[in-house]
Design a protein around this ligand. Sequence first.
Ligand code: SF4
Length: 300
Amino acid sequence: MADLKNEFSWSVSRDKTFERCKRQYYYQYYAKWGGWDNRADKFTKKCYLLSNMTNLIMWMGSIVHNVAERTLKYYRYNKEWNLSDGEKYAWEQWKSGWQQSIKKFWKFGRIKDNINLFEHYYNKEIDANRIRELQIRMDTCLKNFYQGEIWKRAREVSPMQWRALEELQELDVDSYKVWIKIDFGYQDGNLLRLCDWKTGVAKQVDLLQLYCYALFVVDRWKWLPQNIEVVPVYLYPGEKEVIKIDDEKLAIAREMIKTSCEAMLSYLDDPVENIANIERFPKTPDDTKCQDCFFQDVCD
Ligand code: SF4
């Protein structure tokens, strides 16, 4: 099989990493490339391992996302999950992931299939109160998902009207490849509602993510902007916002993506071949960002 090529593409998470620390961006998107292969050198393998790491708060968020996705997918096939099913599944995930991480299963099994928590890997002290808070947050998110308006409305309109559910999709913005995964999208009359489950606090970048969803459905599915609403659903504490899409918002998103891509490419040795050199990616001068960075182990 031919070796995979590391092609340049854009995503909101890539942009966030680039803005946070250029060296971290290099580790995450270049140094780790090919580290899944046994033939890779030690440094590449280590970067690959670290790039697949998660932390307690991110992991809790992904469990909630998994529950929402499963609940919707099961419903589509006539199997209904309620809050207690969701909670049961979430706790099984939590317990098995904890074991995978603490026992370092990732050393022996596939890295991608085993949770590796930042807190365990770097021997951080885990305060029992913090775990309790996270568990309360996870339970609250699940409760707000099952009792929320979106899940209720999704069932009322029926799965026939569901248009997107966690599929990885690609679009071009100004010739740059952009990856998106819409958490959930459904048609309600002549409106298309694109939803994003959030388990953390509201951030400005959440909107860019949602505008990217809208760009995709306008570009690929030919929806009119005025018939699209984007909905960040903040499951903790349990609020949502409904934002109507218009040409201006889409133009802002396009411009932001283009500017971000140009900045990323300006750091490369060869933008056409997507070739990067660590020397051109400086470490952040802000030490506080290093404290929770997954790449501490390779960043000397
Ligand atoms: S440890 Fe600090 S300087 Fe190094 S990659 Fe992480 S954030 Fe950047």
